[in-house]
Design a protein around this ligand. Structure first.
Ligand code: CP
Length: 304
């Protein structure tokens, strides 16, 4: 593969190769000397047209751990505000002899479009409400780390604002390819109608879903993309879909809790749950660096 545009374009063998490569890089980043020279002849541009903390910083760190040269571009403060197009922007960056581009963009399909227009490896760091492939890889990798190598038959619920999420679609593709059973749960207004064609169950009942699942991935309520017609009131959302420790106690069984971040504390999860014993949210973040190192290394084609 030349690009990573979405999980949709990967095979199971690609995912397994990324995971086994990430296993090695996880050991590297836990060492006192966290760097390897694999990409020392590569230059990578991280271009972000939308805000990010985890994805942007972990790509940058992954690139630096692999000894690549790194430049960072944010649309705010750039010549995009003067009307420069995406393709012109990226072609000007590539003229500075950049080899790979990591891009986050608010428009679904932007990474795919860019890959057809410019001559560089493109990695999708999130395109609108479409895909976020490295997030899905790090989520599945974190679940695999907790449950052993095999996700076959594991029951995984994706809970919350599915409609505006790029994490949901990538997670569905990835988890199903790995053999997990996937269920979506949230308010009907936040679950798109087409999604049941992807072989997932749908539930509107949080407690029933929690009883069913081994793993629950809670998605952020995306206030910034929300229109009033989609949303129960925040108070209703918290009452029906927010997880707190009383609910967890009522369940009387352990479930593993993920969240891609950023968390709306007190909305999707209370702090007690987000920081509690069942949460693997910070392991997801640590694994994100190893997964992104693996993706960059494999796409750069410099296997040693
Ligand atoms: N999970 C995720 O994409 O977080 P950021 O928006 O902070 O990168």
């Amino acid at each position: 593969q030349k690009h990573l545009l979405g999980i949709k374009y990967l095979q199971l063998s690609d995912i397994e190769l990324i995971f086994s490569t990430a296993d090695e890089f996880l050991e590297v980043i836990r060492r006192p000397i966290k760097k390897v020279p694999s990409l020392r002849d590569k230059t990578i541009a991280n271009i972000f047209f939308e805000n990010s903390t985890r994805t942007k910083l972990s790509f940058e760190l992954a690139e630096k751990r692999l000894s690549a040269d790194v430049i960072n571009f944010s649309a705010s403060g750039s010549s995009v505000s003067k009307g420069e197009t995406l393709v012109d922007t990226v072609n000007n960056i590539l003229a500075m002899k950049v080899d790979m581009v990591v891009m986050r963009h608010p428009n679904p399909g932007a990474a795919h479009f860019l890959a057809t227009q410019v001559n560089a490896t493109i990695i999708n760091a999130g395109d609108g409400a479409h895909e976020h492939p490295t997030q899905a890889l790090l989520d599945a990798y974190s679940i695999r780390q907790k449950f052993g190598n095999n996700l076959k038959g594991l029951r995984i619920a994706i809970i919350g604002d599915i409609l505006h999420s790029r994490v949901a679609l990538s997670n569905i593709f990835c988890l199903k390819m790995l053999g997990a059973e996937v269920r979506l749960c949230g308010p009907a207004t936040l679950i798109p109608r087409y999604i049941d064609q992807l072989g997932v169950e749908i539930s509107y009942d949080l407690m029933e879903t929690l009883r069913w699942c081994d793993v629950a991935n809670f998605l952020r309520v995306q206030h910034e993309r929300m229109d009033v017609k989609y949303f129960p009131t925040l108070r209703e959302y918290i009452m029906q879909y927010g997880l707190n420790s009383q609910l967890l106690q009522k369940l009387n069984k352990p479930i593993t809790i993920l969240h891609p971040g950023p968390i709306n504390r007190g909305v999707e999860l209370t702090s007690q749950v987000a920081d509690g014993e069942h949460s693997i949210i910070l392991q997801q973040v640590e694994n994100g660096v190893a997964i992104r190192m693996a993706v960059l290394y494999l796409l750069a084609g410099t296997r040693e």
